[in-house]
Design a protein around this ligand. Structure first.
Ligand code: F0G
Length: 351
């Protein structure tokens, strides 16, 4: 294809993949870094949004999946498996379809957003709804992959992290430096691990003078990293990060400690307030989990832990269309109007 080649070819010399691997790509990455005027005013910082919903399947997972599926094909694998709260399964299903592989996805029953399920169905994944949560699904996927000829494409597969770290490269390339602070939602903790790797590599090679402080935000009902212990029954409106036992726990703690960062829990109420603010004031429609980074931005700006004047990037991880049910919550039933200009004007209170 022409134009942007996707994250692996864009950063080929920085991605640990066999040199002769045939790259499976949907031209993911190169996502917008949007100046957030309203959030900048509210916080006294210079805030940008890294809009990962603009990826081919609508989330940041595509960055890791191009790498994972490329590696799986290079190894001669015929089938892939993952556990997912929805976005990983949508991405795995799409990239597996493109590569001609079979995909199987294990999802917590009733706890994945409608758009994500629709994607897995559309791409022809074998969908296994499990009577358990994400943590149960991941354990089942790991056991299945350990005992059968099927490749695990969750972020415990290190090649996923290699792909996902490219978001940090893009941000530095766009800003000409790293931000002072990077905010992101944390669930299974692969993404914070990947960003930190990307920033560290650019800083170590002198591409940027310094790496940012990493601020990781979890939903209050699913905040194992904030609490310092696993959560048996995680619960939150942000189903993407409804995770009690993050696989990349050590990577997340290293990112926080090495960067002088922090973890913080945000309530569902604050997540939904940030979700609405993003859509209504910035014009950026994200899924609830993505809004956790902005809820955390606002919380740490008001409690003083985010210094005024900072250059801040918030990753908004997934598109709002992933979860139409949350967008429509509380929408009143309305009678359709007659084909009559007067009725339209009256409905809009113009007369
Ligand atoms: N935001 C969204 C929209 C996600 O889908 C996820 C993770 C996260 C944030 C958290 O990222 O797990 O790397 O800390 N979703 C996974 C999935 C668990 O199955 O799609 P993380």
């Amino acid at each position: 294809g022409a134009g942007w080649p996707g994250v692996i070819l864009a950063y080929r010399d920085r991605i640990a993949l066999p040199a002769d691997a045939a790259v499976v790509t949907l031209h993911e990455g190169n996502t917008p870094l949007v100046a957030a005027r309203h959030l900048s005013e509210l916080t006294g910082c210079e805030v940008f949004l890294k809009v990962e919903g603009a990826n081919p399947t609508g989330s940041f997972k595509d960055r890791g999946m191009t790498a994972a599926i490329t590696a799986a094909v290079a190894e001669g694998s015929r089938a892939v498996i993952c556990a997912s709260t929805g976005n990983t399964s949508a991405s795995a299903a799409a990239y597996a379809a493109r590569a001609g592989l079979t995909s199987a996805v294990l999802v917590p029953r009733g706890k994945i957003a409608l758009g994500k399920l629709a994607q897995a169905v559309a791409h022809g994944a074998r969908i296994l709804q499990v009577d358990g949560n994400f943590d149960d699904c991941l354990e089942l996927a790991r056991k299945t992959a350990a005992e059968h000829p099927v490749t695990l494409v969750n972020s415990v597969n290190p090649v996923r992290i290699e792909g996902q770290k490219t978001a940090a490269f893009e941000i530095c390339d766009a800003l000409g430096r790293a931000p002072d602070v990077h905010c992101l939602p944390v669930g299974n903790a692969g993404n914070i691990t990947a960003y930190w790797r990307g920033y560290r590599e650019y800083a170590a090679d002198g591409v940027v003078p310094a790496a940012p402080r990493m601020f990781g935000f979890q939903a209050a009902g699913a905040a194992p990293l904030v609490l310092g212990r696993p959560v048996a029954d995680p619960e939150t409106v942000a189903t993407a990060i409804r995770i009690g036992s993050p696989a990349s726990w050590a990577g997340a703690v290293a990112a926080r400690d090495e960067s002088d960062g922090l973890f913080h829990a945000v309530t569902d109420k604050d997540i939904l307030a940030a979700y609405r603010l993003l859509a209504r004031k910035e014009g950026v429609f994200v899924e609830p989990a993505s809004a956790a980074s902005v809820a955390g931005l606002l919380a740490t700006a008001s409690d003083g832990r985010l210094p005024a004047g900072s250059l801040v990037v918030c990753t908004v991880t997934g598109h709002g269309l992933k979860d139409p049910d949350t967008a429509l919550l509380g929408m009143p039933e309305v009678e359709p109007l007659p084909v009559d200009p007067g009725a339209i004007a009256a409905a809009l209170e113009l007369v």
